[in-house]
Ligand binder design. Structure first.
Ligand code: DAV
Length: 388
């Protein structure tokens, strides 16, 4: 007689940004290329004072740049493994190759350093984002072997691929890049950026998970149709999708340098990008603390030359549990703040990864954390989410 087999493993389970971490994917800088100029992105070298900015490079990134980033990524892997966390890595992919689809062409692709932008775990479901930039259209391929594996081994895992947009010229507003600062200021409250509203577009990193409540930032990488798609997909499962806006951020892209939930009742916020007054109500009414991050150690002008993210990568931290956070090694003012809030602060150097698209939260994708779907905002019980 056959023995009754043990219950199948639960491999895919993550409901929020802070529950105890068990399994995670850490990105890689292997075969990365400089991001190309395209309608959804205009990379620029950071001009040093008194010097004109040279043109942004193209083609593969230099080997020593890649090696430095990989070294720091390995440091993160070692730290996570020393804490008993299972770490997986993406498959290699040659990013300097051009891409040609029926609706667009682009000279090269980017990298597999930031799985956070591409994939998100919501409970037992893995969602592959539509993506918003041409050079990142096929980035999911670096993670397909892993996703396929999770899906095969965990019979409860769900795997959803969001509809791929055309990324044709018509999907973008190229004039966005020519707007003057005063035009941007005027446009601040209309939340119109470089992608139009015609197709479903979102990057996974515009989403923050708080149990039943899912925040999605409207941005240069996520439009209103993208948020509607997520709401229609998730709300029948009992989740509440909240579009969120940070009116002072004129170039918003990805929520994790702006609004970073750390544990039930506490969010690390960006003092230069407050949450829209009305949207902050759910936090105030639920007695959540919104605590501003201190100024980052690096000024904008000291950030790495080819880094397209802001100095606020400083607050792009990774939670290992509601009491343990990993921060970039040099960000001492932030370490002190988190320490005073009762966290154990672990650190790794990570600045060499910045030009590959992000810091510790961006460069990871949590697949499994302990815990289930909690309602951290019970006062919203009668909330009707818009857009469904
Ligand atoms: O503030 O520049 C960067 C996010 C990178 N994935 C910022 C957001």
């Amino acid at each position: 007689m056959r023995e009754v087999s043990a219950s199948p493993p639960q491999l895919v389970n993550s409901w929020n940004e802070w529950d105890p971490l068990q399994e995670i994917v850490v990105g890689s800088a292997d075969h990365a290329a400089y991001e190309p100029t395209e309608p959804g992105h205009r990379p620029q070298v950071r001009a040093r004072p008194g010097q004109p900015a040279p043109p942004f490079p193209s083609g593969p990134k230099p080997l020593d740049t890649i090696e430095r980033a990989n070294h720091e990524l390995e440091g993160l892997v070692a730290l996570l493994e020393s804490r008993g966390i299972v770490v997986r890595r993406p498959d290699p992919y040659e990013f300097s190759r051009p891409l040609r689809t029926p609706t667009f062409e682009v000279d090269s692709q980017y990298c597999a350093t930031c799985p956070r932008d591409v994939l998100i775990t919501i409970g037992n479901e893995i969602i592959e984002a539509t993506m918003s930039r041409r050079a990142r259209y096929f980035e999911h391929l670096c993670y397909r072997r892993l996703v396929q594996g999770y899906w095969s081994e965990d019979p409860n895992a769900r795997w959803t691929v969001a509809p791929k947009p055309t990324m044709a010229d018509s999907m973008y507003r190229t004039e966005f890049w020519e707007w003057s600062m005063s035009q941007r200021y005027e446009a601040m409250h209309s939340f119109e950026f470089c992608i139009s509203q015609d197709e479903v577009v979102f990057d996974a990193a515009d989403i923050a998970r708080l149990g039943r409540d899912i925040l999605v930032q409207e941005s240069m990488t996520t439009n209103r149709a993208g948020i509607r798609w997520l709401a229609r997909h998730l709300e029948p499962r009992g989740l509440r999708v909240h579009p969120v806006h940070f009116p002072l951020d004129r170039f918003p892209s990805h929520i994790d340098c702006t609004f970073v939930p750390l544990r039930p009742g506490l969010v690390l916020t960006n003092p230069e990008r407050p949450l829209h007054e009305q949207e902050a109500r759910m936090f105030r009414d639920g007695d959540w603390q919104l605590v501003d991050a201190p100024q980052p150690v690096l000024d904008e002008r000291d950030m790495p030359l080819h880094c397209q993210s802001s100095k606020w990568l400083a607050m792009n931290v990774l939670s290992l549990s509601p009491t343990t956070v990993v921060c970039e090694h040099h960000e001492e003012p932030l370490h002190e703040l988190l320490d005073s809030l009762g966290f154990e602060v672990l650190t790794v150097p990570f600045r060499s990864v910045y030009e590959f698209g992000g810091s510790l939260h961006c460069a990871t994708w949590d697949v499994r954390r302990e815990g289930g779907c909690e309602d951290y905002f019970p006062h919203l019980r009668h909330h009707q989410a818009p857009g469904a």
